[in-house]
Design a protein around this ligand. Structure first.
Ligand code: GLN
Length: 480
């Protein structure tokens, strides 16, 4: 069984017909992990025993002729910033070493209720801060398409696990592009839903007004299937949106003729990799051939997005990460001369370099005297960015952009220059600042065989339309 050649639907159908047992599939998934993961290193923790227990339980259901759920026996991977009861949750940080949550995140709980089997927890940039996975406190995950390249971040482990056939689908989180960038770099589909669409209960907070959980899959259909399971109101999350969820799978293959697609002129910038640019031009042509109406639009505050994001995200992070004090969670890292000494040593030894940089930046931006000049100003610009999108969505239904200005870069290429790393988020962060849904769909490879991603954005809660636009593209693209 090679997970790269099968979809969730087909897998569940094989179980239903008793052509395959869940235990067989879970066995082959762990065989694949044993073969591949010493190179790719997508997983931080494997849930072998639990997965086999789940598999036996579902096999018994099948033997008893019981109905299966939509994702019964589907092997999934979960980013290590989502709680799974009794399994370590580290956020790839030393400060959470030894922390085992007593509860499960809502999104993960919903996947399990739909029959999915958690294979393991995946590597990430520490506290989801990064674009390459190189900020993990433990090791760097590698891109399955070229082991010398990064898988993207921060949900690089979840993207690589799917791309390498070590899970059928997975969950990541996206604060400024952490699902869409790794999806683009690893050649899989990755989606960030509207803010509030998926519960954040049990997701370790990075920047609470930006964080969203979303799926990775090889195909748009599977992505829709997972999203349909995990989305919807949750009273455990006060920012969860009580907005009805349209069926996401039902109209997926409806034609998209006459849909208006906007191409923001600010997103086709000098410095963009020419191979990415020419691929994107082909994507535009594919939509034109499907009868869509393409038009240029303007999102004038795009240039301010990176500065705005890195003020808001760091400010929220500095406040969210104040809780890691060596008392309540995870590891206490020394300090025997009083409380302040213990705080200092715990945070000094527990947090990595990038996390400390963000805490410093955020604390500075929030401090008296600078609050108005930085944080408040950033909030105002955030509103302007949202207004840009509001105006754009008066004219078009969907916006098309590259996901990233480049393909996956080499490990180590940007680590000494945090600014150039931050710049790689240029196309993904506006979507989080505005709370919109966005998806990255593979749209080809460059001459070195590295995947290229196309990003589509839609208005708030327009996931069904977004997935339909992505599905039609994927189908046309595969036929080319
Ligand atoms: N790369 C961005 C950052 O470092 C986005 C991270 C994310 O989406 N979690 O903050």
């Amino acid at each position: 069984m090679n997970l790269k050649n099968i979809t969730a639907d087909k897998l569940v159908a094989l179980y239903r017909n008793r052509d395959l047992s869940v235990t067989e599939v879970i066995t082959s998934v762990f065989d694949e992990i044993d073969r591949t993961d010493n190179q790719v290193r997508a997983y931080l923790t494997l849930c072998r025993d639990r997965a086999f227990e789940d598999a036996r339980r579902i096999d018994a259901k099948i033997a008893a002729g019981e109905e299966l759920e939509s994702l019964s026996g589907v092997p999934v991977a979960i980013k290590d910033n989502m709680a799974l009861k009794d399994v370590p949750t580290t956020c790839a940080s030393r400060i959470l070493e030894g922390y085992t949550p007593p509860y499960t995140a809502t999104a993960v709980e919903r996947l399990r209720a739909a029959g999915a089997i958690v294979v393991g927890k995946t590597n990430m940039d520490e506290f989801a801060m990064g674009s390459s996975n190189e900020n993990s406190a433990f090791f760097t995950t590698r891109n399955p398409h070229n082991l010398d390249c990064v898988p993207g971040g921060s949900s690089g482990g979840s993207a690589a696990a799917v791309a390498a056939g070590m899970a059928l689908v997975s969950l990541g989180s996206d604060t400024g592009g952490s699902i869409r960038t790794p999806a683009a770099f690893c050649g899989v589909v990755g989606m960030k839903p509207t803010y509030g669409r998926v519960s954040r209960y049990g997701l370790v907070a990075f920047a609470s007004s930006l964080d969203q959980i979303g799926p990775f899959a090889k195909s748009v259909r599977e992505c829709a299937q997972v999203l349909e399971v995990i989305c919807g109101f949750d009273h455990f999350d006060s920012t969860s949106a009580d907005v009805s969820v349209e069926p996401l799978l039902r109209d997926l293959d409806q034609p998209i003729k006459d849909i208006r697609i906007g191409i923001p002129k600010e997103y086709f910038i000098p410095g963009m990799d020419p191979e990415v640019k020419s691929r994107l031009e082909k994507c535009i042509k594919t939509y034109e051939d499907m009868g869509c109406r393409l038009q240029e639009i303007s999102l004038p505050h795009t240039e301010q997005a990176i500065a705005t994001y890195y003020l808001i995200a760091t400010a929220e992070a500095s406040s969210n990460l104040a809780r890691y004090d060596g008392v309540r969670y995870g590891a206490r890292k020394g300090g025997d001369s009083g409380l302040n000494d213990m705080y200092r040593k715990t945070r000094m030894n527990g947090f990595g370099k990038e996390v400390k940089r963000r805490i410093l930046l955020g604390t500075y931006a929030l401090s008296a005297g600078y609050y108005d000049a930085y944080y408040l100003k950033a909030l105002k610009v955030r509103t302007l960015i949202l207004q840009d999108f509001r105006k754009a969505f008066d004219q078009v239904d969907v916006i098309l952009t590259p996901t990233s200005p480049t393909v996956a870069f080499r490990i180590g290429e940007k680590t000494s220059d945090p600014l150039s790393m931050y710049l790689s988020d240029i196309f993904t962060i506006t979507c989080n600042l505005a709370g919109l849904p966005g998806i990255s769909v593979p749209c080809g490879r460059n001459s070195a065989g590295l995947p290229i991603g196309m990003q589509l954005l839609a208005n708030h809660f327009q996931e069904a339309l977004l997935l339909r636009a992505a599905f039609n593209f994927e189908r046309a693209f595969l036929l080319q």
